[in-house]
Design a protein. Structure first.
Length: 252
């Protein structure tokens, strides 16, 4: 061991360093359009684009909910993803007549969502669209969050409810209240509920790719490209080692 780390720890750190370097190179050497163009299509995010277009056409609005994951706990990883999606979604929604409604289930997420919502309104050249009432802390427990998000989904004329965050069984209530629901979560119960009740669901680790598919920042797309590259390299190493092992047995 060196500096308190085992050989496996140093290998993991080296792999993370190589992944970060690949991300940086992909971001610096490729244009955003090229990075986004490399993404394989996901039907759920196409449904989001369709829902936003319908919202603008019909004069309705978007309801975006970020779930109830604590940012300082493992369940908060998907909440950080939800926060990264906030700004591009709000900017897209502000092309229509009705400002979006944003709901959360955690005070920390709410505190960080306020400046994101304000920046989105300013960058969309609609600073007047930012109001504190546009961001709702629906509740911090599953039942209270479900009730609050349900009320937010039913306020006004909603065209689409998008849920990216830590959601469980309460996703069923959102599906019942929303005319269209697209959602993704890291909770297995929530994934099962969304697959059964939502118009479309973001399955498994695809929820963490939401920032790339909503074009939050080119670095999100660069991260996906780098991860896919490392998967292919790892697969090639495993196949080559298996073939070499089989060949050694045959020759031995």
């Amino acid at each position: 061991m060196m500096f308190g780390l085992s050989l496996e720890g140093w290998v993991a750190l080296a792999a993370l360093g190589l992944l970060a370097a690949a991300m940086g190179l992909a971001y610096l050497l490729s244009s955003p359009e090229r990075l986004y163009g490399r993404l394989r299509p996901l039907r759920a995010f196409r449904r989001v684009e369709t829902g936003l277009a319908l919202a603008m056409e019909e004069g309705r609005r978007l309801h975006y909910t970020i779930g109830r994951g604590d940012l300082l706990r493992p369940a908060g990883g998907v909440s950080w993803t939800g926060l990264s999606v906030l700004e591009p979604l709000v900017r897209a929604a502000l092309r229509g007549d009705a400002p979006p409604m944003v709901s959360t289930g955690d005070p920390g997420v709410t505190a960080l969502a306020h400046p994101g919502l304000r920046r989105a309104c300013v960058r969309a050249r609609a600073p007047e669209a930012y109001t504190p009432e546009g961001l709702l802390l629906a509740g911090m427990e599953p039942a209270s969050y479900a009730a609050g998000a349900l009320m937010a989904a039913r306020q006004g004329r909603q065209a689409l409810t998008l849920a990216i965050g830590h959601l469980g069984w309460e996703a069923a209530l959102l599906a019942d209240a929303a005319p269209r629901l697209v959602g993704g979560t890291d909770d297995p119960v929530g994934q099962a509920v969304l697959l059964a009740t939502a118009d479309d669901a973001v399955v498994g680790e695809e929820v963490f790719a939401a920032g790339a598919y909503t074009k939050a920042h080119p670095m999100h797309a660069a991260a996906l490209w780098s991860q896919d590259l490392f998967r292919w390299i790892l697969a090639a190493i495993l196949v080559a080692s298996g073939l070499l092992s089989a060949l050694a047995r045959l020759l031995g």
